[in-house]
Ligand binder design. Structure first.
Ligand code: ADP
Ligand code: MG
Length: 619
């Protein structure tokens, strides 16, 4: 029979590289991954058989068999599930479907892939077989097909696939163990691994050697068992199975709803942020079962997008068993279950925020940006979400809530002040904050792109408008306490400043929208601000990065009348009316302001050697 040789997708080779270098980490998880896949395959067959019963009729007892062949040095994981045809084998065992993981792998520098710790960060799935096997063979026949297929690889760059005699429906994965990994031929060892990692699997997992065979696991749906009978370890391994994840659950919610509707939920909030959290579809994915029968892997109807990080299983007693995936859309039963789930998850998050604030902040750090999407698109949850939200602020290194902020507002302070940017630490150095710092007024530092949407969408919180410190004139005079922003007072009486402002306007022309004296600076000579009704500077930059906006709108250049540099210029102007010198310095000031703002200079030449533009020259 002819076998065709094919190359792995580049990202798979990366993954295999990681697998090869993780020789001493928890190798035994290969068995968990293969049993997890076998169980998924049986679930899929059972679902397909709801509409096409003939697919399952000849062999309806679904199970997973792990068998040992000492002579051959192989461990085989076999299932009588849905099976794979040639295309499935090439697609599923030659590429990485998860877009986030694939992108992560392709962007990772080569040296990093040698780090053992990486393997714990994402599910390596099927490819973990190569941790213990020098060669892997897969024999598979898809339910309803006559033809069988053989896939084989040594886990290095390529695999082969060809037609083969396969006796029965389903998939058989044969691991030719490496010399150093023969311990996995010991039944005791395998029994313990199955008990540890796969007890939650709802089908029998059978261990077989020669004539002997025994069912090793409990073989009942974990979510249908009583909470008291389930160990933390079993919850964790079940989480890894349903979420295809490698981390730990941060929160486990297991409950049964009774009354008008009856359903069971076993839901998890992961500890680690998955790589595909911000893919454009933003699809929630829960696993849906009806009376213990698997219906779909990624039911979107059970969660709003802002809770898409929640993983797990929902099992309904009310839906018909033969429900098709199309019938799930706008299904009223699912709508009600969803409302129940949202309520439960939100209240559990609120409880955690209250009772375990430290741990809650870890959660918020990972998923806060997702929850914040709900503030602007989910009016019903808005208030609850605003209570859950935490922010970086100028008050310290830690996180603050809006309630913290409002509670600390100064007498006379009417607005909630914000500053947006990529990173809290660099924002803390922004000249926009100088006067606020001098006054002791706290500013929230917004570092998630989504902040640019929900803040303008809600406009205010508890009657206090949000105000970006980069926009409009900063008027802090009404706020009591702290030191007055001194420079404004110093320069106020100096007519040289007015003349300087006029000359700067003349020199910079269209490069700025206006020039004015600043009420927000204490230390820096200049700063660029957005006009009251213009886009926030950070949002504009984001839009330009995403090519949604072509040109930056001109900014207002504010000058600090108390700064020695500005005072010197004003004095020179007053003494000899030297407008020529001002023109030359004007562009330097503008560049200074742009650099402070993290922008490139308007004249991107080496600052020391560039020729200064003359009055009348256009950029
Ligand atoms: P994941 O299980 O997270 O999707 P894996 O790497 O474990 O990723 O498996 C990749 C894909 O290969 C699965 O999604 C499935 O489509 C297919 N697959 C793996 N094992 C089997 C099996 N025993 N039967 C049918 N399909 C399988
Ligand atoms: Mg898998």
């Amino acid at each position: 029979m002819t076998e065709e040789k094919l190359q792995f997708q580049a990202e798979v080779s990366r993954l295999l590289d990681i697998v090869a270098h993780s020789l001493y980490s928890e190798k035994e998880i290969f068995l968990r991954e293969l049993i997890s896949n076998a169980s998924d395959a049986c679930d899929r067959l059972r679902y397909a058989a709801l509409t096409e019963p003939h697919l399952i009729a000849d062999d309806p007892d679904l199970k997973v068999v792990v068998s040992i062949d000492r002579k051959a040095g192989t461990v085989t994981v076999a299932d009588n599930g849905i099976g794979m045809n040639r295309e499935d084998l090439v697609e599923n065992l030659g590429t990485i479907a998860r877009s986030g993981t694939a992108r992560f792998l392709s962007e990772m520098p080569a040296e990093k892939s040698k780090q053992v710790s990486l393997i714990g960060q994402f599910g390596v799935g099927f490819y973990s077989a190569f941790m213990v096997a020098e060669r892997v063979e897969v024999f598979s026949r898809k339910a309803g097909d006559e033809r069988g297929w053989h896939w084989e690889s040594e886990g290095q760059g390529s695999f082969t696939v060809g037609e083969a005699e396969v006796a029965a429906r389903g998939t058989r994965v044969v691991l030719h163990l490496r010399k150093g990994d023969k311990e996995f031929l010991e039944p005791d060892r395998l029994r313990r691994i199955i008990k540890t990692y796969s007890d939650h699997i709802a089908l029998p997992v059978v261990l077989a050697e020669g004539e002997k065979s025994e069912t090793v696991n409990t073989a009942s749906a974990l979510w249908a068992r009583a909470k008291a009978e389930i160990t933390e370890e079993q919850y964790r391994e079940f989480y890894r199975h349903v979420a295809h994840a490698a981390d730990e659950p941060w929160l486990t919610l297991h409950w049964r709803a009774e009354g008008k509707l009856e359903y069971r939920c076993l839901l998890f909030v992961p500890k680690a942020k998955p790589f595909d959290l911000f893919t454009p579809e933003r699809k929630p994915r829960l696993k849906l079962y009806v009376k213990r029968v698997f219906i779909t892997e990624d039911c979107e109807e059970l969660l709003p997008p802002c809770l898409r990080f929640v993983k797990g299983v929902v099992d309904s007693e009310d839906l018909p068993l033969n429900i098709s995936r199309e019938m799930l859309q706008n299904n009223p039963v699912l709508g009600k279950i969803r409302a129940g789930i949202v309520k439960r998850v939100m209240s559990e998050l609120a409880k955690k925020a209250e009772s375990q604030p430290e741990s809650y902040l870890e959660f918020w750090d990972a998923f806060g940006a997702v929850l914040k999407e709900g503030i602007y698109e989910d009016a019903e949850q808005r208030d609850a979400l605003l209570k859950l939200a935490r922010f970086r602020s100028t008050a310290g290194e830690g996180w603050v809530s809006l309630a913290d902020y409002v509670g600390r507002m100064k007498p006379g302070q009417e607005a909630i002040y914000t500053l947006s940017g990529d990173e809290a630490d660099s924002l803390r150095k922004s000249p926009h904050l100088e006067a606020f710092r001098a006054k002791g007024v706290e500013v929230l530092l917004l570092t998630d792109p989504v902040d640019e949407f929900w803040v303008p969408a809600i406009g205010s919180h508890e009657g206090k408008p949000f105000r970006s410190v980069t926009r409009g004139a900063a008027d802090l005079s009404k706020i009591e306490g702290g030191a007055e922003a001194k420079p404004a007072a110093d320069g106020a009486s100096d007519p040289g400043i007015d003349r300087l402002v006029a000359l700067l306007k003349l020199a910079l022309k269209d490069a700025v929208k206006d020039v004015r004296r600043s009420g927000r600076l204490t230390d820096s000579p200049v700063v660029l601000v957005a006009d009251e009704h213009d886009l926030d500077i950070h949002l504009e930059r984001l839009l330009r990065q995403h090519r949604q906006l072509e040109h930056a709108a001109p900014r207002i250049l504010e000058i600090n009348p108390g700064h020695p540099l500005i005072r010197g210029m004003a004095a020179a102007v007053k003494a000899n009316g030297d407008s020529e010198a001002v023109t030359e310095t004007a562009w330097l000031l503008l560049d200074q302001a742009r650099i402070l703002d993290g922008e490139v200079p308007a004249w991107p030449l080496a600052a020391s050697s560039r020729p200064l533009p003359r009055a009348g020259e256009v950029r």
